[in-house]
Ligand binder design. Sequence first.
Ligand code: GAR
Length: 197
Amino acid sequence: MGREYKNIVILISGSGSNMAALARAAEREDWAGTVGARIAAVISNRADSTGLALARELGLPTALVPHKDYDSREAFDAALMAAIDAHSPALVVLAGFMRILTPGFVAHYAGRLVNIHPSLLPAFTGLNTHQRAIDAGCKVAGATVHHVTADLDHGPILAQAVVPVLPGDTADTLAARVLSQEHRIYPQAVRELLDTL
Ligand code: GAR
């Protein structure tokens, strides 16, 4: 019989840079050997997400579940759950997955569903976090890794990183500064969590 791994399924919608950071950390730190975990699949809801091609380049199995093919959120989430559960995941990792999930989906993965959000939660839930932080005159910004609960962007916090907001920052320059920290804290938080599973 083959070895049983803690399977990680990563959900993306866009460029997949956090997914790639997770994949590279898993390789570099030998998550298979050290925490018995492996990335079993990367699933996107968008055919045009460049992260899917990146995942294939990294040698990861990929799947596409296009939300546009379903007439309701419930129907999409049911299809997504089927694609995820095919891998019996220990952990489902949202990495720039830009869909609001149904309460049924969140309940199904309770305790094994995590997200990264580009703000210092509980400040700036939702979208356009960087412009909103600049408009509010914030001196610091950052990112938060958290458990996902039914309350959008409000689950228990696992890790945060803080960066300065600099004079002349635009949403893009601030996003880039935050993203480089996301790539550091997300793999670290996921690895620590896997250790407890
Ligand atoms: C990241 O900044 C992530 O925090 C954010 O989307 C970006 C995805 O980048 N997530 C959210 O806004 C979730 N509401 P990536 O695709 O390159 O990882």
